[in-house]
Design a protein around this ligand. Structure first.
Ligand code: TXA
Ligand code: MG
Length: 303
């Protein structure tokens, strides 16, 4: 059921249940990161292979230090993340033995972020453990940005979904890590490449899967609607020339990039429900958030 009462959530997480939680990026399907059975439930609810690891959420850097080894690259990443946290940046850190293998799919790296939503932060501050939370959608479906959408996906299969309103960012966190002395972006997201380049010299994007580190956002098909989707140069033109088709248009005229990101998944999800033959869209200007959105569109169309 959808609730606004965080005490229900705190109790449920404590006894090992899985709940839906708001973050500033997208809603997460959340459980105690140290409860193996609860983590297993996340994988099976999402129908996600256990080879695809889970992000951990916590409320402070001091907490994170309990679960990682103390080395230079971990410290550099934490220093950088500190500029954006709480916020939509996820960092891959070398973990210590306290982190369960099922959380990282056996990798020596663990993904951490401090989310920027008052409700999840309050919950984290009241719990003695970090929360594992992938986006609250079935494997390979569109990420949810409202509590209703999480309910649509999981219904009563989870006890509670905390209603924290519509997510402010609307797209997932940016995932980064260090390789040698370079900062690597493994998944483009709400923190832009330009923002990171302002802080650190060597920034590379490797979201194609050629690195030893893999994230699911790298797969060629991801974040995709069930309806076929294509990119066109001119929307009006396409409609004029394809009168026989039932066409859904994913377009965001006169909105600024932040509102576009906030509404992107929601619009796509609504269009996907309508039974169109095809969804058409245009590319955004390839800078800032536009670049992250173009990346998502590209993966949504390459079927
Ligand atoms: O904004 C977000 O990051 C949202 C909210 C709920 O925090 N979460 C999210 O989780 O997008 P998810 O699971 O849908 O995407 C996380 C990505 C996956 O592609 C996963 O493979 C990668 O992070 N990931 C998680 N832990 C990892 C690890 N230890 N090493 C490499 N990749 C990891
Ligand atoms: Mg996801």
């Amino acid at each position: 059921m959808i609730t606004k009462n965080i005490n229900n959530i705190i109790d449920d997480l404590t006894i090992g249940n899985v709940v839906g939680l708001p973050t500033e990026t997208v809603y997460g399907l959340a459980a105690n990161a140290f409860n193996e059975a609860a983590i297993q439930k996340i994988y099976s609810l999402k129908n996600r292979p256990t080879s695809n690891p889970l992000i951990l959420h916590t409320h402070s850097i001091e907490e994170i230090y309990k679960y990682i080894i103390d080395n230079d690259s971990n410290r550099t990443l934490l220093e950088l993340a500190n500029e954006y946290w709480p916020g939509p940046l996820t960092i891959l850190l070398e973990k210590n033995e306290r982190i369960l293998d099922i959380v990282t799919s056996g990798s020596q790296y663990v993904a951490f972020r401090i989310p920027n939503h008052p409700l999840i932060l309050e919950i984290l501050q009241n719990l003695p453990f970090p929360i594992a939370a992938p986006s609250a959608n079935p494997y390979q479906s569109i990420s949810p940005t409202t509590a209703n959408q999480v309910y649509y996906y999981f219904g009563e299969k989870i006890s509670y979904i905390l209603d924290g309103g519509k997510c402010a960012c609307g797209i997932e966190s940016t995932i980064i890590g260090m390789e040698k002395n370079d900062l690597i972006i493994y998944r483009q997201g709400a923190i832009t490449i330009e923002q990171l380049k302002n802080k650190i010299e060597n920034v590379k994007v490797n979201d194609s899967g050629s690195s030893s580190i893999k994230t699911s956002g790298m797969s060629k098909t991801h974040y995709a609607p069930k309806t076929r989707m294509i990119i066109v140069n001119d929307i009006e033109d396409y409609i004029r020339n394809n009168k026989h088709q039932k066409i859904g248009v994913l377009s965001f005229d006169k909105m600024n990039m932040h509102s576009i990101a906030k509404n992107y998944y929601h619009h796509l999800y609504e269009l996907d429900k309508k039974g169109y033959d095809i969804i058409i869209t245009k590319k955004f200007i390839n800078t800032g958030i536009g670049r992250a959105l173009n990346d998502k569109i590209q993966r949504a169309i390459s079927k």
